[in-house]
Design a protein around this ligand. Sequence first.
Ligand code: NDP
Length: 240
Amino acid sequence: MARVAVVTGGTRGIGEAIAVALSDKGFKVVANYGGNDENARKFTERTGISAHKWDVGNFDACHEGIAQVEAEFGPVDVLVNNAGITRDTPLHKMTHQQWDDVIRTNLSSCFYMCHAVMDGMRKRGFGRIVNISSLNGQAGQFGQTNYSAAKAGILGFTKAVAQEGAAKGITCNAVAPGYTDTEMVRSVPPEVLEKLIRKIPVGRLCTAPEIARAVLFLVEDEAGFITGATVSVNGGQYYH
Ligand code: NDP
């Protein structure tokens, strides 16, 4: 039987590429999204993948969302925590709201979603969790204290979940993309983007399917010994 995979923020950008790659590999995929109904409708038309709206920054909504998915599609074996937002501005200008929104949507969401699937995965003795971090969580970035903190937090969270899940057949890994050609990056002013691209050794932006490739590798049944890892997909931009 096909394994059920949930991809948060799976209707656009990197999440869409992950959802499509998983579906192409035979997973039964459900894409979550936050608010853009029109985009989600077109995504489902285009891909045939079911799209479900809930706010990943809300604990109860995540639990209700997973309960609905499981009632309709069956137990969730694969969770990709991909949904994320930016609220960029230097720390001295950052509002409390901008800090909270990014921490909640990008980091707390990983806890909420994992919490919603963890009991089931533990009972079944199988789970694959991938959390989408960022190059800017590894290296830091000007104007992104909120985002860098959330994405760095994901790396510690991932390693702790990996230790807790190991004896139950649950792996938890992080993928840290570099600059990838999606709406999130297209919102960066062109002159800033040009400077960013000059710093990428491969000399171009990453494409969303190139990130999906790493996720696919980590969620296969055969990947049971890979856990607590961070896979960087950044064109050689950052290494440590
Ligand atoms: P996009 O902005 O293109 O897409 C974001 C997706 O997340 C959308 O599907 C959006 O739904 C969803 N989303 C946002 N907020 C919520 C919420 N509260 N609840 C549920 N879903 C939500 O982002 P990218 O594809 O560029 O980024 C995907 C992930 O990769 C993010 O975590 C990002 O931080 C990370 N990343 C991206 C990089 C890049 O260069 N693009 C680099 C490194 C990391 P809706 O359509 O309804 O708004």
